[in-house]
Design a protein around this ligand. Structure first.
Ligand code: F6P
Length: 539
């Protein structure tokens, strides 16, 4: 990477980060947030990189806006943003930059440009030769969701190369992944930043065995690796010319923007990947230059902080009114929850307020028939991000009008609700006796007052999808800044990984009659014995 850029920008300070509840700016912000109205008559729509973001259904007031600016200033927002965009070591616990924005620049640093050109050449060569009817993309988390999302969004009617995804270690995943494919016509893409992820390497071994089993003498000729550890991929046996490296300064959940996009380029076209990069870059520029009051990621971040840390909503719902974006939900779940699922601030102290919400969702209208009862009448409720496209790409305009009507209706119902008096008034004239009507009316009340955003793309294009993803990235960055946490590490995934290794070792010891090397809790011990491979134990 461009070392000079990192050196010019110091490591983002850690020990001088005040705990949020101790800051006077936080006290003013929370006071203003509690006073701010959810005003059904106010229209507040922001625009960025072709997206319209309607934040009318969020608590807002001029005082809250001013308090948000003061809070950001106290957290040195401009300096932090410059550090992010210029490749400073913002990921302090892993001593790295988080420079995914560099991957999206029209004129990136030399090493990025070289790899981009190499990848394009590879894809164009295979396309010209019409080689490989099938792509078997093996990767998990950030090495998987983004490619699934791009293929789902732009290949939903089918693509000439069939692409299958294998992520889970569950043998059914690889079994289903290769079922019916011709191994002679299959390119295996192993995507792993670390090239040590157990699930990915195990699935890759099965795929290679499957190719070899078809009588292909050198199966590695059909294998591509995308990784930040090219040396390990080489040791694994992948030919050097088929290794596409990226850099340590690209976090796993941002790796869609790197060579991980090779599978998407092969499946739905390199122009899709280029369009997504351009849209994300346009959002980066908006984030860099737009004034705070009009800066979409910043405003979304502040609204999210009000909802989570002041109003105490524990989750964020994503209702995506475009079934092509099915994988947007898991993609954003990883982005939000791996980034913001932290309780310790940069100084190593408890954050002091609730941080990242649980993120969940589904495409609408399926969502309405699944969990909307809870959203409308449950005790907790959740803010909702509604995501929709103004224009569809199919030939049934009435379907699209109906889809949009559902989206607007749900949003309005959450905002305005329905009072007891309204319900009772509707019942007037029915023959029901009044005590029964009183009782029934209570079940039909909608509290309303539930916050939401409506994010509108003119059309689902690579550009608009790229902009949308970058918008969420920057929102998350700003939220982390205010909370004082590092959004770029993920230490919370390590304990489970090491216990998995331990359990597998324990099974080895137990299979030769020795006890586990470490004590386990009673229940785990019980199941270790019950699941002991080859023990024949029945539960
Ligand atoms: O779940 C932890 C994680 O490290 C994610 O951050 C990452 O996207 C995923 O595992 C896969 O990692 P890798 O690309 O190194 O195989």
């Amino acid at each position: 990477m461009d070392q000079s850029a990192t050196q010019q920008n110091p490591i983002v300070r850690t020990e001088d980060v005040p705990v949020l509840p101790d800051m006077p700016e936080w006290a003013s912000f929370t006071a203003a947030a509690r006073q701010a109205e959810l005003d059904a008559d106010r229209l507040r729509i922001l625009t960025a990189a072709s997206l319209q973001v309607d934040m009318s259904a969020q608590p807002w007031s001029p005082q809250l806006s001013a308090a948000g600016i003061a809070l950001l200033q106290a957290r040195q927002f401009e300096q932090a943003r410059a550090g992010l965009l210029e490749g400073a070591t913002v990921n302090c616990t892993e001593h790295r930059a988080a420079w995914h924005t560099m991957l999206r620049k029209p004129a990136p640093i030399e090493e990025v440009a070289i790899e981009r050109a190499r990848l394009l050449d590879f894809v164009q060569r295979l396309d010209t030769e019409r080689r490989y009817r099938n792509i078997l993309h093996i990767g998990i988390g950030g090495s998987d969701w983004g490619v699934r999302l791009a293929v789902g969004a732009f290949g939903y009617t089918g693509v000439w190369r069939e692409i299958r995804f294998v992520a889970n270690i569950d043998g059914h995943a690889i079994e289903g992944g290769i079922a019916g494919l011709d191994p002679h016509q299959t390119l295996v893409v192993i995507a792993s930043k670390s090239f040590t992820t157990a699930e990915t390497l195990e699935n890759a071994r099965r795929a290679i065995e499957w190719i070899r089993g078809a009588g292909i003498a050198n199966p590695m000729q059909q294998v591509v690796a995308v990784t930040a550890r090219p040396r390990i991929a080489l040791e694994f046996g992948v030919p050097k010319a088929q290794i596409f490296p990226f850099w340590d300064w690209v976090g796993g959940r941002f790796s869609l923007w790197s060579s991980v996009g090779v599978s998407a380029a092969l499946a739905v076209g390199d122009e899709v990947v280029a369009g997504m990069l351009a849209g994300a870059n346009a959002m980066d520029e908006h984030f860099r230059t737009a004034p705070i009051e009009q800066n979409v990621p910043v405003q979304l971040a502040l609204a999210g902080i009000v909802n989570r840390s002041v109003l105490q909503y524990a989750s964020l719902n994503l209702s995506v009114y475009d079934s092509r974006l099915f994988y947007l939900v898991p993609y954003l779940q990883q982005l939000e929850m791996e980034s913001l699922g932290k309780s310790v601030n940069l100084a190593g102290q408890p954050v002091g307020v609730p941080t990242g919400p649980a993120v969940w969702g589904m495409p609408g209208t399926d969502a309405q028939h699944t969990f909307y009862q809870w959203l409308h009448q449950g005790t907790d409720g959740a803010p909702v991000d509604f995501i929709a496209c103004r224009h569809a790409d199919h030939n049934w305009p009435d379907h699209h009008q109906q889809l949009l009507a559902h989206c607007l209706a749900q949003r309005e119902a959450l905002l305005r609700g329905k009072s007891y008096e309204q319900v009772r008034a509707e019942m007037r004239g029915s023959n029901e006796d009044s005590s029964y009507s009183d009782w029934l009316a209570r079940h039909k009340v909608y509290p309303g007052g539930r916050p939401s955003n409506l994010i509108v793309m003119q059309r689902l294009t690579p550009y608009s999808l790229g902009a949308l993803l970058a918008m969420y990235e920057h929102k998350i960055f700003v939220q982390a800044l205010v909370w004082g946490i590092n959004p770029f590490d993920q230490w919370g995934v390590e304990l489970g990984k090491s216990l998995t290794k331990q359990i597998r070792k324990d099974w080895q010891s137990m299979s030769v009659g020795e006890p586990p090397a470490v004590p386990h809790d009673a229940s785990t011990q019980y199941w270790l014995e019950a699941f002991l491979p080859g023990s024949g134990n029945t539960v």
